[in-house]
Each structure stands twice: as structure tokens, then as C-alpha cells.
Design a protein around this ligand. Structure first.
Ligand code: F6R
Length: 646
């Protein structure tokens, strides 16, 4: 077991066949929260041990959303368990350039806000690269930063996040193994990912000061954390592929005391998770060839072979490493047929039950949770339409206000309209009372933005035949921070969701399982639903209630995950488009669309069409489009929503 300054780490993994594709020790943990507790625990043990030895601890720190829970836990350990940071020295990885320390987007501000001002660390022990120096001083300042690290004996423990470009610190693609602290130009993907922290996307600085790869690799121990499916691909490339400057995090493979800690979402592309049969006999890995595993393997095989399910042969199975499956469940035709039938059974035009199944029963009561006010129509607009047209009582619960994604220009437009319409319609002696947008307080602006989103949602719902009285704007408090960084989901959020469900007593619940949205709101919204369902699990109505997860704008399900696929006709697809169009303010939110510049209606439509094409290629019926759902299995729910959709 590796040690850091003499401390044993609970995170270093023995090499097992399970992770023989992985080039660094990787630990997959239940949730971001438990990962953060593990990491904070290791930091605390190190600090305490070194304190006993009369030594100081040197920590390398990161900013961004990933380490936030680690910092929260460190603050708790300080307040409740007396962990002292008096002898701790810190070096942050990076800072925007140019950037004044007093700006709320600066990493100095971030560290003060989330850690430093809550603990007893002397301010002179904290180092963040200085983004406010004149350009000519950059080379000297960068060298001084390196020297300062050396002067305290180097970094004992470095915490890292990872960007979607594969950056650690701000070492963007192209950064070499030998790079040191320096000025770097940010990749456009990084600027786009970080844009929501700035009032306008174009205000994200183009450059940053960052420790180099060589600087980072000199730390005695490195812990990299990554959470969420949007990181899964980068994680795979960083730690299962050859190291290269194209994915700078891959250089961590050269470090002999690194551990990567992932939640289920971030681990999805690892071989042991995605295609475990390639790592060896399943039994060795504690897994079995049950129906879901067989379905997964066979869909993977058919996709790789570019063949319909029923045409896969014994040799296809053998050639692609599925010999164990074939030997135990073959011949190929039997397996093919079993999987074909299972997938065919997912298709239904009656998402809430066929008329003969529902004969004599009251119309189904359905609650669709929509994280933002437009997710319902984007992800399941066609299904909403069907449910309403099939006579069910469809409620839509809009979980957050969505005010963050209404631009100031949009508000300006609406206010102008209101002022002018008042002028046109009011009698001459009545003054115009609506202030200009720039005269409004931030709270008033937020309320107006929420109002606009409510009106858009009402119009979108009416396209889907859902009356206004069935819309519930929950405005969950966790979202209302006024900033992109959200609060954790709290008891109040969960209670609001519980009260709604208790008042409707639904037969079906639909919630967003789209966990790769860039700012984590969907994840938190699902957490609120999961927590509410757990607390309501003993209610009588829950016995007759099926919860579903949908996906739409940000990701699709893999075919093996789908439990229900609802076909849409060309006409239904057009109505869905019209419903999405009602969310006019979302058309100018290109900055929030990350890499994918298509508008939401385009993505939603292409996703649904792609899914139909995929079913067709597997040899199933050919539809125009499919909206797909996975059962949310309450019995297997943990605090991590990302592992629910199995
Ligand atoms: C931050 C840093 C970056 C972030 C990375 C991930 O100091 O150096 O490498 O760790 O961009 O950001 P989040 O955690 O916001 O996804």
C-alpha cells in the first residue's frame, strides 16, 4: 500500500482483473458525496499525522464544481472535529488571466468563499496564482510560484478535477509532460463550460495561469475526482488509452501514487463497466449473465458487427469475446431471439397502459417532473401528447424556476413590450409605471425571468393538451442561489416534492434521468425526487405507482437500458417541435448548449429519430421517432441518482 508522508491511504486499490484495462488505480464510489468524504478523510488524516510529527502539510488545491463537497467536508471537520489548518500550506492549480482577486469569478475568491474563510488557515499560507499582475511579470511570477512550492518541500497531496478537454489544472490539449507553471490559452470547450459563471459568455478570459504537468506530477500523492456522465469519455481516454498530450490528464499514468475516484456516471465508459465481458469470465468479476447483461452484450455485438440481432452468428459471438455467453446460453439464434423479443416488448404506443388493461379503472394520474420549465416537452413532448390524448390526468411539475437561463436581452424585450403596450392601451393621464430593465433589482429581474418561463411553459403544455391548472411551478429553493453554483438539495426541496406527490397520488411518475446537463441541475432535481420517493415508499398509492426516467437534450439511453419506447408519428413529432418552440427565450442560450450548438428542438428531434433508426438497424420495426424511458427502480435507489438507471 502506498503512503503519503507516512500515511496509509484507504484509496489505493490492489490491481484486480476487473481493472486490468485501467492504467491507474481507479475507485468507483457510490456518490460524489461519499467520494468527497473519502478524500476529505485522507486529507484530514495526513494533516493530523504531520501535525503530530511537527511538520506542515502542503496541499495542492483545485477549484470548479468537483471539489466543492470536499471543501464542505473539510469545513465540517474543522468546525465539528477540531481539524486545524494552522500548519497547512496550500497552492492552487490555476487562475484566470487577467483576473482581479476581488472578482467573484476569480479562483482566489472561490477558495475564500468555499474554504479559506471558514477554517483557521493563515492567509499567508494560501497561494493562488496572481491573475492581476501586468503581462510582463508573468514569466517571473510563474517561476516564483514553482520556487515557492519547492521552498516548502513540495506538495504532499494534490487534488485534481478534470475538464472535458482532458485538462488538469488548465493544461489544455497540447500541454507537454515537461510543462511548468505558465500562461496558457484556454480551449474553447473550457471557455464554454465555464461561461455560466460569468455574466456573459464572451467575458470568460481567454487565458489563465496554470501549474504545468511536470509541476503536478511532482506532488507526492495525487487524487483526481470526476463526477457525472459528461466526464465519462474523458476518463476513459485519460486512463485506458496511451498517455498523450492530446489528453493531458493521461500523463497521470506516469505517477506512482495517484488514485482516481469516480462516481457511477463518470465510470460509465470504463471497460469494466461498459463491456465487463472483455475483462474475463464474468463470474470472476462477481457478475452473472442475467437478462440485462445478455441484452447489453448482444446489442453491443450487433452494433459492432453492424448487423440486425437475428442475423448474428455463433462465430460473431466467438470473434468478439462473447464465447462465454455463447457456450452457456447459445446457440446464437436462441440468444438473438431472446434479446430481440425483449427489445420488441419495450415498444408501446400506450405508455400508461393499453385500453384493455385499464378497462374499468379510472384514468391514470401522471406526474411529469421537468427540471427546467422546458425539459418535459424537449424530452418527452410526444409521450405527453399521447398521455393527454389517451384521456389521462397529466400533471407537469416544473422543478426549478429556470430564471438563470433567460438572458437580460430577453427581459429587455419583454419589458419594452409591456411599457409600450401600456402606453398604447392606457388612457392618456395614466403614467407608465413599468421601470426599465436596468432599474430593476436582481431579485426583481429573477422574478420576471421566472414569470416569462412560466408563461412559456403554459403555452408549451397547451400544445400538448395539458391545461394550465395541471402545471405546478415548484421553484425548488436549492436552485435559487442567484449563481450557477447551486446549493445541495435540502429537506425543504424534498418536502415540496413529497407534498405534491401526496396530493396527486400518481400512478406514473416521469423524472429526468438526463444527468449530463452541464450545471448539474438535473442531477439535483432527480435527487429531490429520489429522496421524496424513498420517504413515501410506504404510502398506499405507491404500491400502484411506476416511476420512469426519461432522457432528451443532453443524452440518450443505451438500448439495453430502455424499458419503454414510445413511437412518434411524423405529425406528433411536428407537434412536439411546436411545443418546444413556445420556449422562445431558450433559443438564444447558445452558451448553455456546451459543445452542441444545435437548438434544443433540433437535438430532441434528432435524438428521437436516431433512436428509431437504431431500433430499425437492430431489425425491429421502423418508426419515425422514438421517445425512450428506463424504469426507476426504487428498491435499488441509493443517494446516487446516476446509478439508478440500470
Ligand atoms: C480548477 C481546474 C480545472 C477543473 C476542471 C473541472 O482549478 O484546475 O482543471 O478541475 O475544469 O471543472 P469542474 O469541476 O467544474 O467540472
Amino acid at each position: 500500500m502506498k503512503t503519503t508522508g507516512g500515511i496509509e491511504s484507504s484509496l489505493t486499490l490492489p490491481v484486480s482483473p476487473l481493472n486490468r484495462f485501467e492504467r491507474v488505480p481507479i475507485q468507483i464510489v457510490e456518490s460524489a458525496e461519499s467520494a468527497s468524504r473519502l478524500v476529505a478523510g485522507e486529507i484530514a488524516r495526513l494533516i493530523r499525522l504531520k501535525q503530530k510529527l511537527g511538520q506542515r502539510t502542503v496541499l495542492g488545491l483545485a477549484t470548479g464544481s468537483t471539489p466543492l463537497a470536499v471543501y464542505r467536508e473539510l469545513v465540517r471537520l474543522h468546525r465539528e472535529e477540531g481539524l486545524s489548518f494552522r500548519d497547512v500550506v496550500t497552492f492552487n492549480l490555476d487562475e484566470y488571466f487577467p483576473m482581479s482577486q476581488s472578482q467573484t469569478q476569480s479562483y482566489r475568491w472561490f477558495m475564500d468563499e468555499h474554504l479559506f474563510r471558514h477554517i483557521d488557515i493563515p492567509v499567508e499560507h494560501t497561494h493562488v496564482p496572481d491573475g492581476q499582475i501586468p503581462s510582463q511579470e508573468v514569466p517571473h511570477t510563474c517561476q516564483a510560484y514553482e520556487k515557492a512550492i519547492l521552498a516548502v518541500g513540495g506538495i504532499d497531496l494534490q487534488i485534481l478535477g478534470i475538464g472535458r478537454t482532458g485538462h488538469i489544472g488548465f493544461n489544455e490539449p497540447g500541454s507537454t509532460r515537461r510543462s511548468r507553471t505558465r500562461l496558457i490559452t484556454l480551449d474553447h470547450v473550457t471557455r464554454r463550460d465555464n461561461a455560466p459563471n460569468f455574466p456573459r459568455g464572451d467575458m470568460v478570459p481567454h487565458q489563465a495561469l496554470t501549474m504545468g504537468i511536470a509541476t503536478i506530477l511532482e506532488a507526492r500523492r495525487i487524487l483526481l475526482l470526476a463526477f457525472g456522465e459528461h466526464k465519462a469519455d474523458t476518463i476513459y481516454q485519460s486512463f485506458e488509452q496511451e498517455p498523450s498530450a492530446t489528453i493531458p490528464a493521461s500523463f497521470l499514468q506516469e505517477h506512482d501514487n495517484v488514485c482516481v475516484i469516480l462516481d457511477a456516471g463518470a465510470s460509465l465508459r470504463l471497460t469494466r463497466v461498459r463491456t465487463p465481458w472483455l475483462t474475463g469470465p464474468l463470474a470472476d468479476l462477481g457478475l452473472v449473465w442475467d437478462d440485462p447483461m445478455i441484452r447489453r452484450a448482444v446489442v453491443w455485438l450487433a452494433t459492432g458487427k453492424n448487423k440486425p440481432l437475428l442475423k448474428l452468428t455463433d462465430s460473431d459471438y466467438n470473434e468478439k469475446g462473447l464465447d462465454e455467453l455463447l457456450a452457456n446460453h447459445g446457440p446464437a439464434y436462441n440468444i438473438n431471439l431472446k434479446v430481440f423479443r425483449a427489445i420488441q416488448n419495450t415498444i408501446t404506443g400506450w405508455p400508461s397502459g393499453r385500453p384493455n388493461e385499464l378497462a374499468g379503472k379510472e384514468p391514470r394520474r401522471i406526474v411529469v417532473f421537468s427540471p427546467h420549465p422546458d425539459d418535459d416537452v424537449i424530452s418527452m413532448g410526444g409521450t405527453l401528447l399521447r398521455l393527454a390524448e389517451q384521456g389521462h390526468e397529466v400533471h407537469v411539475a416544473h422543478q426549478v424556476t429556470g430564471s438563470m437561463s433567460v438572458s437580460d436581452q430577453a427581459i429587455d424585450r419583454y419589458i419594452r413590450f409591456s411599457r409600450e403596450s401600456l402606453r398604447i392601451t392606457a388612457s392618456n393621464d395614466r403614467p407608465t409605471t413599468i421601470p426599465r430593465a436596468d432599474e430593476l433589482s436582481p431579485e426583481q429581474l429573477r422574478s420576471l425571468k421566472f414569470l416569462i418561463r412560466q408563461i412559456e411553459a403554459v403555452h408549451a403544455a397547451s400544445v400538448c393538451q395539458i391545461p394550465e391548472k395541471r402545471l405546478h411551478f415548484l421553484a425548488l429553493p436549492f436552485y435559487e442561489t442567484g449563481r450557477i453554483t447551486k446549493s445541495p438539495v435540502g429537506a425543504q426541496d424534498v418536502k415540496i416534492v413529497m407534498d405534491l406527490l401526496d396530493s396527486i397520488k400518481p400512478h406514473q411518475i416521469y423524472a429526468a434521468g438526463d444527468l449530463a446537463d452541464p450545471h448539474g441541475t438535473h442531477y439535483l432535481c432527480l435527487q429531490a425526487v429520489v429522496a421524496a420517493l424513498q420517504q413515501l415508499s410506504q404510502r398506499e398509492w405507491m404500491k400502484d405507482c411506476t416511476p420512469w426516467l426519461y432522457r432528451g437534450a443532453w443524452q440518450s439511453w443505451d438500448i439495453h437500458e430502455i424499458d419503454m419506447a414510445v413511437p412518434l408519428s411524423p405529425g406528433e413529432l411536428m407537434r412536439k417541435r411546436r411545443a418546444i418552440f413556445q420556449h422562445e427565450t431558450q433559443k438564444d442560450q447558445v452558451m448553455f448548449l456546451a459543445d452542441d450548438q444545435r437548438e434544443f428542438w433540433q437535438r430532441a428531434e434528432e435524438r428521437a429519430r436516431d433512436m428509431a433508426r437504431f431500433y430499425d438497424k437492430l431489425g425491429l420495426a421502423e418508426y419515425e421517432a422514438l421517445e425512450t424511458f428506463a424504469r426507476l427502480r426504487i428498491e435499488t435507489m441509493s443517494e446516487t441518482p446516476s446509478i439508478i438507471a440500470i
